[in-house]
Write a protein that binds this ligand. Sequence first.
Ligand SMILES: Cc1cc2nc3c(=O)[nH]c(=O)nc-3n(C[C@H](O)[C@H](O)[C@H](O)COP(=O)(O)OP(=O)(O)OC[C@H]3O[C@@H](n4cnc5c(N)ncnc54)[C@H](O)[C@@H]3O)c2cc1C
Length: 365
Amino acid sequence: MTKALIIGGGIAGAVTAMALRRAGMTPVIHEAYATGADDIGAFLTIMRNGMNALEAVDAHQPVIDAGFPATNVEYLDGSGTRIHLNPMRSGARTLKRSALYRVLHDEVTRRGIPLHHGKRLASASIVDGRVHAEFDDGTSADGDLLVGADGIHSATRSIIDPSAPAPRFTGLTIAYGYTRTTSFPLSADAYRMISGSRAFFGYTTAPDGETWWFSRAPELDLATANRQSYVDLLADDDTPAAQIVRSTDDLFITNAYDVPETRLWHNDSMVLVGDAAHAASPAAGQGASMALEDSVILAQCLRDITPTPAAFERYTTIRRARVERLVAESAALGSGANRGAATPPKAEDRHWLYDHEIDWSEPVG
Ligand SMILES: Cc1cc2nc3c(=O)[nH]c(=O)nc-3n(C[C@H](O)[C@H](O)[C@H](O)COP(=O)(O)OP(=O)(O)OC[C@H]3O[C@@H](n4cnc5c(N)ncnc54)[C@H](O)[C@@H]3O)c2cc1C
């Protein structure tokens, strides 16, 4: 059986492993972090198209169970006036990133797929048609092919193309937080997006009453940015945003990068999926869903097409235009003066994004 070395045990790595197993291969995951790859506390929404990709490999139920539904998005301006209401495609689920990693890892383990922690890829080469990977703990592994699911700062991307450009700073400094103060309007099952005068703000309310929020601001100095920086940016608006931030104990603040174009997605035995191949700014909320689509379609190509380089090429052809369009749209969405869009995207303009369907039984050749 074809042995696939998967580099990275994040969203794309875990689901690629499940999809390759379903395609009859033997995947082995190598994850850099010593324990679970918990993130900085962010949360995300897996959109309908991402949930559809999970369903193609029967991995959707644990994500449904760990999350809660998002049914519509209400857009407000800085005066608190509703400017738009977008129903969301049914099926979207919101959950903390750490919860998503946990349920995907549990599912990988339940399916008997090996997941090795503490294995940071240092180098990889093709020897006699097989891949030899070396990790920075001094160990190595061999396989028939290697999938780089190692995220936005992918080592695999640089191995495939040493001249691949570094990720691009989007100009966004993003804060996340959680609060249980309920003196502002709840937003259960819905996102409320506020296009404030100086920063963009979004929030939703989990079933237990905790409010989950984020704010996108024009670049801030990470060394000094704190809760007060965001309160100051949001305080001029007549919305609950500043109050929500003020009531939050711990903020997670990070700069956002994207990868608009990757010239080489593969060589003869190594291929990229997810953020390693293309990373979108968080504005469109689609990075994880695109990674999930990649994972399943790559496995279908390897199932249906030989030799391996031809399967990789077909996968790239199917995926490239869609993901590059998404990265460009996401960059545009976060480029306004307040790091939001001048006008919210209309639901009818997003069919191409959300209505993407994968039929696992359909040949891709
Ligand atoms: C602030 C922020 C907010 C976001 N919000 C959303 C959202 O709401 N909705 C959405 O869909 N997307 C969102 N995204 C994007 C989303 O998180 C990514 O698109 C998604 O995580 C990509 O999955 P991935 O598996 O490709 O990469 P990752 O999830 O980053 O996983 C990569 C894995 O590879 C491991 N790794 C890295 N290097 C190595 C190595 N050398 N060797 C071995 N392992 C390695 C890492 O430890 C990690 O576990 C957001 C991103 C950010 C930064």
